[in-house]
Ligand binder design. Structure first.
Ligand code: AMP
Length: 270
């Protein structure tokens, strides 16, 4: 496994590599990341994983500073998985050039996390553009766990580059809780609670199957979850799978949730 830090290391190491799979991460790796890596290894000759906690996608400095980091453990995981390259850039190199065209989200895209985390996806798209430009992979593997991110990045990258974004299913623990680096910030009781919320929403999705008007049911569910689990809900919405437009039925749609347990913000979709 080659560890690459500088952009010139990348150019040198990847000179003769064809069919490269790229898995971008912010580290604190878990089985969700491992699944993405395995998908890349199945479909590509070589795999590169990046670890970079991107400051520009955090709309809150405290959140950025408290984001879990564990480079030593991450490198052990990647070694065991026989990843070919790990790219650990530093901020200075990544942001050494100014972008020509500012990234601006269309009004129609300012929903869900784009509404509540101002500047977040602009930061995500910008970093994905920079990393793609440096690495020039053939395929990029991204998780459906961050569904809105996946759709926005896919649209931008596939329009600009001849690269495919490969969506990968959400990996969950035995309690149905979606794995996330942020789960490390929760204690055991809160992890169990988050699992119960996920299970509840899986059942709710089945319940919604034949319902034509879901708006009031959704509102009721929101109040119920707030009371039952003592959480703050940022949003609980049903939106179309392909374009995230608002939807009144669950057909071709998903349930999206963002909520806080204590001060930790979790997102999921069903
Ligand atoms: P992160 O390190 O959280 O920025 O995530 C890096 C990539 O892993 C993103 O494409 C995420 O969508 C994906 N990912 C995170 N959690 C999971 C999960 N539980 N299952 C599948 N993919 C995930």
């Amino acid at each position: 496994m080659k560890i690459l830090i500088k952009n010139k290391d990348i150019n040198e190491a990847l000179k003769k590599v064809s069919n490269l799979g790229f898995v971008p991460t912010m580290g604190s790796l878990h089985k969700g990341h491992e699944y993405l890596i395995k998908q890349s290894q199945k479909r590509c000759k070589q795999t590169l994983v990046s670890i970079f906690v991107n400051p520009t996608q955090f709309n809150n400095k405290k959140d950025y500073l408290s984001y879990p980091k564990n480079l030593k453990k991450d490198l052990n995981i990647l070694k065991k998985l026989k990843v070919n390259f790990v790219y650990i850039p530093n901020k200075k190199d990544i942001y050494s050039f100014k972008r020509k065209k500012k990234i601006i989200l269309k009004k129609e895209n300012k929903v869900l996390c784009a509404k509540s985390r101002k500047g977040h996806f602009e930061g995500v798209i910008d970093i994905m553009d920079r990393l793609t430009n440096i690495i020039k992979p053939n395929k990029i593997f991204m998780g459906e766990k961050d569904y809105q991110q996946l759709l926005l990045v896919k649209k931008f990258i596939e329009k600009k580059y001849e690269i495919k974004i490969v969506p990968c299913k959400t990996v969950r623990n035995k309690n149905k809780l979606a794995l996330s680096s942020r789960n490390q910030l929760l204690d055991k009781r809160d992890l169990i609670k988050a699992g119960k919320i996920a299970k509840d929403l899986f059942h709710f999705k089945i319940f919604l199957r034949n319902k034509k008007k879901t708006k009031s049911l959704l509102q009721k569910k929101k109040e119920l979850l707030k009371k039952k689990f003592d959480i703050k809900i940022d949003y609980l919405e049903i939106r179309k799978k392909n374009n995230l437009k608002s939807s009144s039925t669950i057909r071709n749609s998903k349930i999206f949730i963002a909520y806080f347990i204590n001060k930790v913000r979790l997102i999921d979709n069903f």
